[in-house]
Design a protein around this ligand. Structure first.
Ligand code: UDP
Length: 467
């Protein structure tokens, strides 16, 4: 563990307590350490073991501050949104984090001079603390430029509150080649209820973001230049495209190898049998109904593809006899896996994904094409981006002719083979495109690449600014 007192500029990282927000910031810590900066990560007691394990081979310091207790409806001891009994409790959880502010400020008092901090957009109250201590705050959202730009334009243009039907396709003047519907956006953007906790939270987040020094974007310029340029010109604060953080930037550390999961042996065996495998996973957060699990199961069974399916919750049951019927063609895993390791495995040739932004980037970096099955938040926009904009996959939902309608197994059956090994031009194009983008992504973060240079510029600017 590195010492906090050091001659190198000190950067504080404060991730939001959700795996999809924490993982990329911990990866970003490595980008900063590579620049010889001193890094301190703030976490909470229950999240500490995950943070420590993720950075075990680095010199980052890890400090925890108490998480608020007695949050209405949230069982005590839950300090991460992926452990919430229901996603409907998200805003109560996020709003309660403001009660950490006094502890955070005591820590700022105790630390030597902090050059800048990178805190999650959901921790809006850190801006006030940053201002009190004269520290520039960079905000981190973990979304694509595409999703941020489309949300912004759609809100500005009024289409979200306009008379259109939910799935009627409309065009935004600024991006005329994109046709989207209200269904592509979360309800909080379409029908915010003033005075509600959700509305108040959104307002706090938006206002603190606008006043922050800049925005750290986990993406690379070459992936979405039009949307980056748009945000760079039109929005505050300025975006800094310095990712993808999942790209491999350093040689594997010399550590005791972790015990490989049994699924890696199973994947090795599939490679020996010259079979390709579809990796199926829906992130750390989203709820999946029994009906959707059933459609996925039928789709996988009938598609005849080999698959490795990670099912997050024990209570999400599979149809009777499913495991027996698919036999050794499929493997179901009910524990936390190293998703990057799976995607990098040579047997994995496709990813059925909810299109959380980290999953999209991890798939791109591994050169694996995507079958998009979005479930919530900005995943519908990411899925559209995957299919229409960057062309590294197909959306399962459009196969049924419906947008955000109930996705049926037929789409999965039809597209899984086409994605991984079909002879159609469509399949070949996405497989080629994702391989090309993998090379560009990995180059962007290497010495001299676009993200590498942008991060150098940012560090120079922010460490030399008189704030
Ligand atoms: N993840 C993982 N193992 C799991 C489940 C998830 O490593 O068993 C990681 C995944 O690699 C990604 C993150 O958790 O880095 C999930 O982020 P994403 O944006 O894809 O989805 P979210 O969980 O935020 O919906």
């Amino acid at each position: 563990m590195g010492s906090i007192a050091s001659n190198h500029p000190l950067v504080l990282l404060f991730p939001f307590m959700a795996k999809g927000h924490t993982i990329p910031l911990l990866q970003f810590a490595r980008f900063l350490l590579r620049r010889d900066l001193t890094v301190t990560v703030i976490t909470t007691p229950a999240n500490r073991p995950f943070v420590v394990e993720s950075l075990r081979d680095t010199t980052a310091s890890i400090v925890d501050i108490p998480f608020p207790d007695e949050i209405p409806d949230i069982p005590s001891g839950i300090e991460s949104t992926d452990k919430l009994p229901s996603t409907s409790l998200f805003h109560k959880f996020a709003a309660a984090t403001a009660r950490m502010q006094a502890h955070f400020e005591r820590l700022l008092e105790a630390l030597p001079r902090v050059s800048f901090m990178v805190t999650d957009g959901f921790l809006w109250w850190t801006l006030e603390s940053a201002s009190k201590f004269g520290v520039p705050r960079m905000v981190f959202y973990g979304m694509s430029n595409y999703a941020v730009a489309l949300r912004r334009e759609a809100t500005k243009s009024g289409i979200l509150r306009g008379p259109q039907h939910e799935d009627e396709l409309v065009t935004l003047t600024r991006f005329p080649w994109i046709r989207l519907s209200k269904n592509d956006f979360d309800s909080v953007f379409k029908s915010p209820e003033p005075q509600s906790l959700t509305f108040e939270f959104q307002m706090n987040v938006v206002s603190a973001t606008a006043k922050s020094y800049g925005m750290i974007v986990n993406s690379f310029y070459e992936l979405e230049p039009v949307f980056f340029d748009y945000l760079n010109e039109e929005s505050a604060p300025k975006p800094w495209c310095v990712g993808p953080f999942c790209a491999n930037i350093v040689a594997e550390p010399e550590l005791q190898p972790r015990k490989p999961g049994t699924w890696i042996g199973w994947l090795d065996q599939k490679v020996e049998e010259k079979c390709s495998v579809l990796y199926v996973a829906f992130g750390s957060q989203a709820e999946i109904s029994t009906e959707k699990i059933r459609e996925i199961a039928i789709g996988l069974e009938r598609s005849r593809v080999n698959f490795l399916w990670v099912i997050r919750k024990k209570e999400w049951g599979l149809p009777d006899g499913f495991i027996e019927r698919v036999g050794n063609r499929g493997m179901v895993v009910r524990e936390w896996v190293d998703q990057r390791e799976i995607l990098m495995h040579e047997g994995v040739k496709g990813f059925l994904s909810h299109c959380g932004w980290n999953s999209v980037l991890e798939s791109i970096c591994a050169g694996v094409p995507i079958l998009a099955w979005p479930l919530m938040a900005e995943q519908f926009l990411n899925a559209r981006m995957v299919e229409e904009e960057i062309k590294v996959g197909f959306r399962v939902e459009t196969c049924n002719g419906s947008v955000r309608g109930f996705v049926k197994w037929e789409g999965l059956t039809k597209l899984a083979r086409e994605l991984m090994e079909g002879d159609s031009d469509k399949g070949k194009q996405v497989r080629n495109k994702v391989k090309q983008l993998a090379a560009v992504a990995n180059k962007a973060v290497q010495d001299g690449g676009s993200s590498y240079q942008a991060l150098d510029l940012l560090i120079n600017q922010i460490c030399n600014c008189r704030y």
